[in-house]
Design a protein around this ligand. Structure first.
Ligand code: 13P
Ligand code: SF4
Length: 305
């Protein structure tokens, strides 16, 4: 079956089975084309709460599907590709953070949404890359323990100078692999281009950027900008989507290291197999996990509004 016929089959199955398909902007274009909603992790988690379908199919990584299940516990939530995890989310677990919390009893624990549902159960509030600065500013406590991403945490600390932010050493190995030398080389090659980066990049990269933002933030900025040429410092699919959206502009990839194998793991065939009952994984969480992790995500939505 070619891509177009597979997409037609998927659209039929989606309707027959009352499924809402969510696709993170890092997944392949042919999947985004059949999705009901696409966007960054914050947008998808809010979109998922508004749909009336009985079933949600997440094309992204596991923590995103878990977030949907926590927000919509009465729905069946599926992850199209069960092997799609997030290397950063797997770096810290509940036991480790429970120990760290003992050293910081007066700190509010702020968890990047790229964490497991289990870990969220002992955190106070979640943030995403697009909402982190606003939410941190809205937290009453001055003392914050920000986990797991030290690069996003450094960016937030810089934007929120009134807060005392303690960081741990987690990071996204994909974004953190980009160096100041990579930026220098890209800027030398494309001197007229603006550099747009995700805050999961190291501070040495962010400080050279013209714009720092989430995946949706980068896309909005590039679409609305009067500039014609950009270097994109996040997963390579964003440059690809932007090139389709804005044919009059030119998008370069900051580094070929910016390929997330987990985000690339989901294929159109996985989506088809999941909808046909031959693949995917239904996300099942205990009532206790949904209740406790839910508090942290509800707080994110409350403070992010
Ligand atoms: P966003 O919050 O920008 O969607 O990013 C999620 C992610 O995994 C980035 O690597
Ligand atoms: Fe996780 Fe990094 Fe992949 Fe995003 S790009 S899903 S943070 S490993």
């Amino acid at each position: 079956m070619n891509v177009a016929s597979l997409q037609q089959e998927i659209l039929k199955l989606k309707q027959e089975k009352d499924v809402c398909v969510l696709a993170h902007s890092y997944v392949a274009r042919e999947i985004c084309e059949i999705a009901d909603f696409t966007g960054d992790s914050y947008k998808l988690s809010v979109d998922a709460t508004k749909v009336s379908n009985k079933n949600i199919l997440m094309c992204g990584v596991r923590f995103m599907a878990e977030t949907c299940k926590i927000l919509s516990p009465d729905k069946h939530v599926w992850l199209a590709q069960p092997f799609a995890g997030c290397e950063m989310a797997d770096q810290m677990d509940r036991e480790m953070i429970s120990r760290v919390k003992k050293d910081y009893p007066d700190y509010t624990v702020v968890a990047y949404v790229n964490t497991t549902a289990e870990l969220k159960t002992i955190c106070d509030v979640c943030v995403t890359s697009s909402s982190a600065v606003k939410i941190v500013n809205n937290i009453e406590n001055k003392n914050l323990l920000f986990i797991p991403d030290c690069n996003l945490g450094s960016f937030v600390a810089q934007q929120c100078p009134d807060k005392n932010i303690k960081l741990l050493s987690g990071c996204c190995p994909i974004h953190a692999s980009v160096t100041a030398e990579d930026v220098k080389a890209a800027k030398e090659q494309y001197p007229d281009a603006e550099l747009l980066v995700h805050p999961e990049c190291k501070p040495e990269v962010c400080e050279q950027a013209d714009y720092i933002g989430s995946t949706s933030g980068i896309m909005d900025y590039a679409v609305k900008s009067d500039k014609k040429e950009f270097i994109i410092g996040t997963e390579i699919s964003i440059a690809e989507h932007l090139q389709y959206m804005c044919s009059d502009k030119t998008f370069h990839i900051l580094s070929l290291k910016l390929i997330c194998p987990n985000m690339k793991a989901t294929t159109l065939m996985d989506v088809y197999n999941c909808l046909s009952g031959k693949g995917g994984e239904e996300i099942l969480l205990s009532d206790e996990t949904i209740r406790d992790a839910g508090k942290c995500i509800d707080e994110m939505i409350r403070l992010g509004e």
